[in-house]
Ligand binder design. Sequence first.
Ligand SMILES: *[C@@H]1O[C@H](CO)[C@@H](O)[C@H](O)[C@H]1NC(C)=O
Ligand SMILES: *[C@@H]1O[C@H](CO)[C@@H](O)[C@H](O)[C@H]1NC(C)=O
Ligand SMILES: *[C@@H]1O[C@H](CO)[C@@H](O)[C@H](O)[C@H]1NC(C)=O
Length: 525
Amino acid sequence: MWLNYIFLVFFLKTTQSGRILCIYQMPAVSHQATFKPISRELSLRGHEVIVVTPHPINDPRFVNLTEIDTSGPTYEIIHRHGFEFFMSKELPVQSKIPKIFRMYNEFAHAILGNEEFRKIYTDESQKFDLIISQIYVSPIMYALSAKLKAPIIGVSSMGGWTGTHFAIGNHNPPSIYSEMFLPYNGGDLTFYERIKSTLYYLWTRYYVNFVAMPKWDSIAKQYLGENLPYLADIERNVSALFLNINAILYTPRPMVPTVVSLSFMHIQPPKPLPEDIKQEIESSKNGVIYFSLGSNVKSVNIPEKVRELLMTVFKELPYKVLWKFEKPELAGKPKNVVIRKWLPQQDVLAHPKVKVFISQCGLQSTEEAIAREMPMVGIPFIADQEMNSIRLARWGVLRHINYLNTTKEELIGAIKDVAENPKYKQNMKKLKNLMQDEPMTGLEKAIWWAEYVIRHKGTKHLRSPTVDIEWYKYLLLDVCAFLLASLICVSFILVKLFKFMVRKFKRAQDKIKKSDYVPFSNEKK
Ligand SMILES: *[C@@H]1O[C@H](CO)[C@@H](O)[C@H](O)[C@H]1NC(C)=O
Ligand SMILES: *[C@@H]1O[C@H](CO)[C@@H](O)[C@H](O)[C@H]1NC(C)=O
Ligand SMILES: *[C@@H]1O[C@H](CO)[C@@H](O)[C@H](O)[C@H]1NC(C)=O
């Protein structure tokens, strides 16, 4: 009886609660907003969670959560690279991507070189039941799954990029799905866009296979040991992929069963506003426009010309403008503009006097606007923002602005339209209802899948054959070649046969002529 009980406790402990290692590379509030709830919730459910992150929660109440802080070196890297190159729409994607890859390589050095973390991953006695790693462009951290012999789940705070989809076996036809760095939304690409999308796709396949992957592999081996399998093979063993996308905001796409789409991960119930901000909002006569470009773009970084334009636009608006501006002073600030270095965005958007959210349309901001039913004016700058903005415009909840050629008149018109025309808010309400009508919340799905992977030690039983098939077989190039060859052979034979018959027939005719045989000539008179 006792033995049984002990066995049960032991059994429950080993199958129900596991040891989980989480690695989140990107030092950006918006990215971490998706990841933090996952590790926090897993620790609350009794798993022992070790997190390597630039944004530790630092709350001693989470007794099952150990955090290794990488903010120092990772923020240094991102500040050195800057976000400006990212923002320039003039730069072709082919030059931005190697830059992003370089940045992620530096993150990998900073994280794997962290002494505290090195002690964990070089210690043979450290056993993990699951690794969760942020996956954006580079799968270097996936190598930890081979080193520590634990299944791995990739998690992205947005969609996957081409290489990530490819590794898990998702269909990736460039005719429909461009990449987050190209602003095509799928379905109705023009001929020119399909050419661009295809060339880009071919280029990324080439670049990843022959340039980036060997480099990633060597970085992984430098820290984790030379005897690891090739990184591309490790990447194909990923157990699941958590993408922060929703089929309503993003073009639906065919995905293998181990891709889990999350949404609204970081949305909290509204809290009361700080007193000064509440005063500012409630003292406005005609309502408030809230303007923030999020944590990555930052208003201080946008081109001078655009900032000047926005100031002249704001000056002419009948509303108060609440602007998240990261410096204490803004030269020439109009009277109706209030600046703050930081604002509790989810709570500001919940205030009924706030009428419009002018946003860069990063995914987190977009989700907050939807959760609060707040219509928007979109001024996208980087990454997936343009795609988000265009899609939201199609849903009729946003007016899309192209910052490269916009005018004062267009901006004023757009802001007033969104503030005064109730259809934008009504559409937002509809969109929210659609997006939140799901059997489980994003966080519940993430936790369920993490524990599923722990229970079954990976998802080998769900591996899609699209992961392993050779590219020429997948594209049926061999079958097409065979059919084409057969067609040519058959045509050749038919032509030969036809010529032969014609010759035979002619010869026969000639013979008949020569023999002077005249048929039907017995009609003598
Ligand atoms: C920590 O984990 C244990 C089980 O391992 C669990 O019983 C406990 O509730 C957890 N505590 C907190 C605060 O998460
Ligand atoms: C991938 O997983 C399979 C099955 O678990 C294993 O046999 C193989 O060695 C793994 N490959 C790599 C490169 O880790
Ligand atoms: C800016 O350019 C886009 C296409 O590149 C066009 O659709 C839009 O109307 C232009 N906006 C203005 C204000 O000229």
